[in-house]
Each structure stands twice: as C-alpha cells, then as structure tokens.
Design a protein around this ligand. Sequence first.
Ligand SMILES: Nc1ncnc2c1ncn2[C@@H]1O[C@H](COP(=O)(O)OP(=O)(O)OP(=O)(O)O)[C@@H](O)[C@H]1O
Ligand SMILES: [Mg+2]
Length: 299
Amino acid sequence: MEAVTSTSIRELKKLFSGKVRDVYQADGDKILLVATDRISAFDVVFDEGIPGKGQVLTRISNKWFSMIDQVPNHLISTHPQEELPFLANYPELEDRAVLVKKLKRLDVECVARGYLFGSAWKDYQTTGEICGIKLPPGMKQAERFPRPIFTPATKAESGHDENIPFEEYVRIVGNEEIAHRVKEISLEIYSWAHNLLWDRGIILSDTKFEFGLDQESNLYLIDEVLTPDSSRFWSQRTYQVGTSPPNYDKQFIRDYLETLDWDKRPPAPPLPQEIIEKTISRYKEIEEIILSLLSHRAR
Ligand SMILES: Nc1ncnc2c1ncn2[C@@H]1O[C@H](COP(=O)(O)OP(=O)(O)OP(=O)(O)O)[C@@H](O)[C@H]1O
Ligand SMILES: [Mg+2]
C-alpha cells in the first residue's frame, strides 16, 4: 500500500492543510475532513507517510464518536460518498474522509491527564506545578495523579503548544460557563475512556480534545478523538513508574531520531522502511483494541 501524503479533490475547494488533515469546503456549513498518512514528530512533518495511518485514525475517531454521549460531536457522515457521489472517483479517500459541521473552533488544546508525563513532567520538575495546578511533592515520572487534571494549552501557529493557567484558558474561550463545561466534559470523557481501556490492558495517560461552537453557541466535540495522534496510550505490561513507558504512536520514530544527530528543525531526516513498518503495526495494534470495545454506551 502506498502512503497518501497529499490529496486533491477537483470538485471541492481546499481550505487548509494541517500537519495531518486536508480540509475541504463542502456545502455552506459543512467541511470534508481528510486524514492523510502524513506524520510529524517535534512538529516537523516527514516526507514519507505511514501507509494506512490516516484510515486507522479515522476509524478510531469514528468509533469513539459513536460511543461518546457526554457531548454532541461534529460528525454529519462517515460515508461522505453518499452525499458527495464524485468521491467515488477518489478510492484513496476510502475510510479517510468524513463530512462534518463547520464550527467555530475554540482555539485551545483541551488536555486531560491522569499521569505525570511529557510536558507535565517537564513543568513539574521546574515549578512543582502545571497550568497553575499544585501537585503533590516527590512525584515520579509517569506516576498516576490522585485524580485526573485538566491542563489546557495554546494552539501555537508554529512551534510548540504551551501549557497555560486556567484563567488564561477562560480568556481565550471567551465565555466562563462554556470554559467550565469544556473542562468538566474533557475530564469526564477522559475518565470514562481510561476505565474502558484499563480493562483491555491499556493505560490512557493523557489525551487532547478540541471543541467548537455553532451559531447558537452549542458546544460540539470536533477534530479527532482518543487516537494515538491525540493521546498517549501505554501497555500495562510495560508501564513502570519512574520510566518513560513505550507508547502506541511514534515511539519507534522518536527512538530512531534519538540515534541521529538531527536538531529537530526542518527538513526532517528520511525515515527507514523498517521504522515505517514498525510504526504502522503499532497504530494497528491500538486500533484493534479500540474497535473491539463494546459499542454500547458503557457508562
Ligand atoms: N468541525 C470542525 N470545524 C472547524 N475546524 C475543524 C473541525 N474539525 C477539525 N477542525 C480543524 O481542522 C484541522 C485538522 O487538521 P490537522 O489535524 O492536520 O491540524 P493540525 O496540524 O493538528 O493543526 P492544529 O494545531 O490547528 O490542530 C485542525 O486545525 C482542526 O482544529
Ligand atoms: Mg490535529
């Protein structure tokens, strides 16, 4: 299978290409979101794609969207070909494209965490807190928090997202009530998914949600949800407090990059075939687990 690293749909206007998704304008208030096989690390997109990764992400998100009933989501159709028949001419888009409501995105990353890792661990080591939340002293890397925390971050146009205090997050959202609801919903979905995955031997360390508003300020979950690109999954088998447990997404790529003398600035180095293959099999492993979760709204 060849990787799909760029798309072009003659019949639709391309609005924007993110690191992973191509976004097309459909009718007035709808957009077609297309997940490509592009992969990035340290915010640099590689030339090579990971064949099938976009489809894995799309199937995983669609599955979660069908299960999450804590908040409405942006999905209109997971079979956009029914509404846009010309998509039949683009077989490479199968399982990659969804038709969604075009919403006004809240320009914040809504991150829920159950474990001290990544940028939280970094912040903790220097300040003992994250996003203004004081944490117990003496915690170790990857240790579980007494209870999950909400750690919003900026959506940086370029460069790394930055963790921000709750007050600044509220300011960006622009509405106190919505900001509080988004926090509560993020924590609720995190805990719910954490429990479901726990029973399958998976630890959901942390995850990032995105939300949007319609004209009437109704809140929706948008973008992708609980995928390996937006979440950190660990296996209970290899999890150990005080270490960096292997994850279910870019572990092989990160490990490989560490062996190189690359300054983490563009251009990205080439990815060896072996790394590409290991990476896609990792994505498929977590896909299988998530797709096998019971579809009923187990809450
Ligand atoms: N329903 C929606 N309405 C409006 N925008 C959306 C919707 N769903 C997703 N998006 C946006 O579409 C883009 C998807 O592209 P992609 O995931 O590749 O972006 P990205 O590189 O991660 O960038 P970003 O940091 O902006 O998320 C994101 O900017 C996301 O916020
Ligand atoms: Mg994204």
